[in-house]
Design a protein around this ligand. Structure first.
Ligand code: ADP
Length: 176
């Protein structure tokens, strides 16, 4: 029996940092299931269906990567699939503390599921969905950060929202 890894995330939206982790996971494990959290819509730019369909579009031709939505505890979802590994990506030190805490909690809940975290590639260190949303909301060029299908979805979404979508996108410091 092969090893299946679940790569869980919000993917609001998916970007090249996520894609790199999923592809590198697929080079290690027999199967990677990219699992999109079905979270409350609050503070999210895209609906669960939209996030899922963008992730599906990105990986549609990858033979070892499947895409699915899920809700509830990640370890329960892994157990229901017989997946042995939770795959995560690590960018900066602030990710580490969060991932460390989550990994310990998940391990307490389900000792048979291992958390494997891959360190990001240098060129993706700064990349986050938050940054992508903010740049796109201000009509900046995100073509080096997300695949074309995601760039188009961002443009469409901000067009729907009108203006720069201020009520949905949290601004940090890229504006001034
Ligand atoms: P979550 O809400 O669970 O953090 P995300 O969709 O933001 O969901 O991220 C899913 C996973 O992808 C997390 O493990 C996160 O650390 C990782 N990730 C996000 N951005 C990058 C990046 N630029 N490089 C590597 N891993 C990343």
């Amino acid at each position: 029996m092969g090893i299946t890894a679940v790569f869980p995330g919000t993917f609001d939206p998916i970007h090249y940092g996520h894609i790199d982790i999923a592809n590198r996971g697929a080079a290690i494990f027999d199967k990677v299931i990219v699992a999109v959290y079905d979270r409350p819509l609050k503070n999210l730019l895209f609906s669960p269906e939209e996030r899922l369909s963008l992730v599906r579009a990105v990986f549609q031709d990858h033979p070892k990567i499947e895409v699915t939505g899920y809700s509830g505890l990640t370890v329960k979802f892994c157990e229901s699939l017989g997946a042995q590994v939770i795959l995560r990506g690590l960018r900066v030190f602030s990710d580490f503390e969060h991932e460390f805490r989550m990994a310990l909690a998940n391990h307490r809940l389900s000792p048979d599921v291992e958390v494997v975290a891959l360190v990001t590639r240098e060129q993706h260190t700064f990349l986050s969905s938050t940054t992508v949303r903010e740049i796109a909301s201000l009509d900046g060029d995100v073509s080096s950060m997300v695949p074309p299908v995601v760039g188009e979805a961002l443009a469409r979404r901000f067009h729907e929202l009108g203006g720069d979508g201020q009520n949905v996108v949290q601004m940090t410091a890229l504006r001034d």
